[in-house]
Design a protein. Structure first.
Length: 294
């Protein structure tokens, strides 16, 4: 049978690129057809439920995200339970985010940004790809740790938010590196910080949140591979082994690194614990910020 990698987002984004890379590599390894099935909507949960409901034979694989596995607490109700109805195979890759602003915003670092926000509360707006997206949650984490009263403006995807950021309708984004690095290098945006433990090789002069004086402002977004909860462990173990094999090839690693992502590919147990810890961490942000998507 044809194997489907369900990407619960629109074509062209980072998740879609990773899904297509994985489909190509696994297809060659297995000598059979592996396709990408884009199922966008509801913060990824349309695709998530489709995989949870599929026959438990391992032929439907989900490429998931922080929104699917860790920040779904923003939804009061969902037609399924991601933590119970999906089985983690591995964390595929992770990346930090970049805090970007138009050159006209009169701040050059996170401390100055917090001071400006406190001086003029709720007049600074940050855009995101939607409620519960990693782009949204990074902004909420900064808001919490820096005590900076900034206002969230959700969009239907990052590209629309980025257009408004470049046009000056909003003042901030906490965006994925591949989307904004070229605009920072061209001087169309300025980067105030990155959210990872280390600086980004592509933006070596931009400090981390930790270096900027906010040790708690350290987080990455990540992608995962999961299957339906009823898929036998033996199949999930086989998927884990094969995915680790292809991701650890130089070609695949380079493909991820070109997107600003670092390969992770851990064991199923380590992946499950990582996701559980991230859920606890982001639930705290969701509860403190009283965030809801319904």
């Amino acid at each position: 049978k044809t194997v489907k990698i369900v990407v619960p987002f629109t074509a062209g984004g980072s998740s879609d690129v990773q899904g297509r890379m994985l489909a190509d590599a696994l297809g060659k390894l297995w000598g059979q057809t592996v396709i990408v099935d884009n199922r966008p909507g509801a913060g990824g949960h349309i695709g998530g439920k489709a995989v949870a409901d599929a026959a438990p034979d391992g032929y439907n694989i989900l490429l998931g995200s922080i929104g699917l596995h860790a920040t779904y607490g923003v939804y009061k109700t969902l037609p399924y339970n991601p933590s119970k109805d999906l089985k983690m195979v591995t964390v595929l890759a992770e990346m930090p985010h970049v805090v970007v602003a138009p050159p006209s915003l009169p701040v050059n670092n996170l401390k100055e940004l917090a001071a400006l926000a406190q001086k003029d509360p709720n007049h600074l707006n940050f855009g995101s790809a939607g409620v519960g997206s990693s782009v949204h949650m990074m902004g909420e984490l900064y808001k919490m740790v820096a005590k900076a009263p900034i206002t969230h403006v959700p969009y239907k995807g990052s590209s629309a938010a980025l257009n408004d950021l470049m046009g000056g309708q909003i003042q901030l984004m906490f965006e994925n590196p591949p989307t904004v690095i070229q605009h920072v290098k061209a001087g169309k945006l300025k980067a105030l910080a990155v959210t990872g433990k280390q600086r980004l090789p592509a933006l070596p002069d931009v400090p981390t949140g930790i270096e900027s004086g906010y040790p708690a402002f350290e987080a990455t977004s990540w992608t995962t591979i999961a299957v339906g909860a009823k898929v036998p462990d033996a199949i999930a173990d086989k998927l884990n082994a094969d995915i680790r094999k292809v991701v650890n090839t130089p070609e695949f690693r380079k493909g991820l690194e070109d997107q600003g992502m670092s390969p992770v590919v851990n064991t199923r147990d380590v992946a499950a614990k990582f996701i559980a810890d991230e859920k606890v961490r982001w639930d705290k942000v969701i509860n403190e910020g009283k965030l809801t998507a319904n």
